[in-house]
Design a protein around this ligand. Structure first.
Ligand code: NAP
Length: 439
């Protein structure tokens, strides 16, 4: 499937160099249909396997990933640019998630007795067939894991359509499943662009579709699923608030907000994108954020002393630079950075903006890059209003010393998850998801 020919949209372009490293041929409709048939056929057997049989394979996937975490991490870094240490952490986290579902799926999906006077009744969980999983590039292994671990343990089969810029991560996961002993057809990778997905949603053999990505892709998948009366789940964008309370330790808040925002070069759905600080502390917070951000080293993501990686692609860097420029043109104050870096690769200066108001697009848009936007508030009601002034509702943070007070503020934020004194985090045993336009 690997090719030399240029112009395929499925390819690795290393964002550190902007050089094409590998290209893959787009699959034809006939090839994709054969894969769907294979997954449908495999479901007939896989659905009848026991949880123990499935767990054996899924634990093996986890152990292969741990053994090869350096190689896998390097692949993610080369394909989408994140720091190698972040890539390796992602592989370890993914292995933990596979283990967690292998250990617990049988318990989660056990029959649930229902109390009734009419006789014996219980709720039984059954697999439904092929799940189509459409995933983004920002966590190339974790995003596969999050849908595959639970769906495969539940007895479903899966077709993965990964983002077109991480084909090698997509391919290697299919290889790892095979090596771990997963029967042929249970997990299948396909190489097609997102624009061709709707045809698959129309196929009656596909029983459900899960998408993580942008609102535009979510809307298109949701309408295709709706038209076919098919189940769908959407995990979309976010513009998480980070509310600093009056009693917060400012140094810790600055460190958490800046490091959280610069993680994965700011390309995280649950990154703290809007920092909301008391008026009395905003000057100190901004100055300390600038000082800390200035010390971060931008460079080669494979080197251990690099703090800020390139963005995932040249287009991503251009798009974020344009969003920053538009915010400045509309009246935002540029406190730091804001420009492309004069070197090869998809680099952008880590940026801090203030004075963003509701008359500017940046107030409402998700900025998917290393851009900290700092707002100030007069009283806690203003802070909550600002935190909720977004169409998104994925994660959020409240930072303060009095934990009960922080929890009370957290309850008023209209979002899927709120963390206290921590950026929105991820752990195998914690649910993940949003409200409003975040899916
Ligand atoms: P994207 O363009 O929507 O791409 C995501 C996936 O959807 C890719 O596999 C893409 O394929 C596919 N796709 C694109 N257009 C499609 C369409 N019309 N129909 C069906 N599939 C389509 O997303 P992105 O901009 O690269 O990713 C960043 C976004 O994802 C951000 O908004 C971020 O917040 C969000 N995100 C959310 C979560 C969460 O859990 N809520 C997690 C991570 C990221 P191609 O690559 O072939 O275009």
């Amino acid at each position: 499937m690997e090719i030399n020919k240029k112009h395929s949209s499925i390819k690795t372009v290393n964002p550190f160099t902007n050089e094409v490293e590998k290209e893959f041929e787009i699959m034809s409709n006939e090839q994709v249909d054969r894969i769907i048939d294979k997954a449908d056929h495999a479901f007939k057997t896989w659905r009848n396997t026991s949880f123990d049989e499935r767990a054996k394979v899924i634990h093996k996937v986890a152990s292969i990933m741990r053994e090869r975490k350096e190689d896998l991490g390097r692949l993610a870094t080369i394909e989408m640019g994140k720091l190698l240490r972040e890539s390796i952490y992602e592989v370890e986290l993914s292995a933990d998630i596979f283990d967690y579902f292998a250990d617990n799926a049988g318990k989660f999906l056990a029959d649930r007795p229902l109390e009734t006077e009419k006789g014996e009744a219980f709720l039984s969980y059954q697999p439904i067939g092929i799940l189509l999983s459409v995933q983004p590039w920002n966590f190339p292994f974790y995003q596969i894991t999050r849908s595959a671990a639970s769906a495969l343990m539940a007895g479903n089969t899966m077709i993965l359509k990964h983002a077109s810029n991480v084909p090698q991560c997509a391919q290697i996961m299919e290889d790892i499943f095979e090596e771990a002993g997963l029967p042929d057809g249970v997990y299948n990778n396909i190489f097609i662009p997102g624009s061709q997905i709707e045809r698959l949603v129309d196929n009656p053999k596909i029983k459900a579709v899960a998408l993580t990505g942008s609102e535009a892709a979510g809307g298109s998948i949701a309408s295709a699923a709706g038209k076919n009366v098919k189940k769908s789940t959407l995990e979309l964008g976010g513009s998480d608030p980070f509310v600093v309370l009056e009693d917060a330790d400012i140094d810790k808040a600055v460190e958490t907000a800046v490091n959280g925002r610069m993680w994965n070069a700011g390309q995280v759905c649950v990154s703290p994108k809007r920092i909301i600080v008391p008026e009395s502390k905003v000057k100190e917070f901004t100055e300390k954020s600038k000082a800390l951000t200035t010390r971060l080293k931008v460079g080669n993501p494979l080197e251990t002393d690099t703090d800020i990686a390139p963005l995932s692609s040249e287009k991503a860097a251009q798009d974020v630079a344009a969003q920053i420029q538009k915010a400045i043109d509309q009246g935002a104050k540029l406190e730091l950075g804001g420009k492309r870096i004069d070197r090869p690769g998809a680099f952008l200066e880590p940026t801090i903006l203030t004075s963003v108001t509701p008359s500017m697009d940046a107030y409402f848009e998700e900025i998917f890059g290393p851009v900290l936007v700092i707002y100030s508030y007069k009283n806690i009601d203003d802070a909550i209003e600002l935190a909720n002034a977004t169409e998104f509702g994925l994660g959020g943070t409240v930072f303060g010393t009095d934990i009960e007070k922080a929890k009370a503020v957290a309850r008023k934020i209209d979002t899927g998850m709120v963390y206290i004194n921590h950026v929105t985090g991820i752990a195998p045993e914690l649910p993940f998801g949003g409200t409003k336009r975040s899916g």
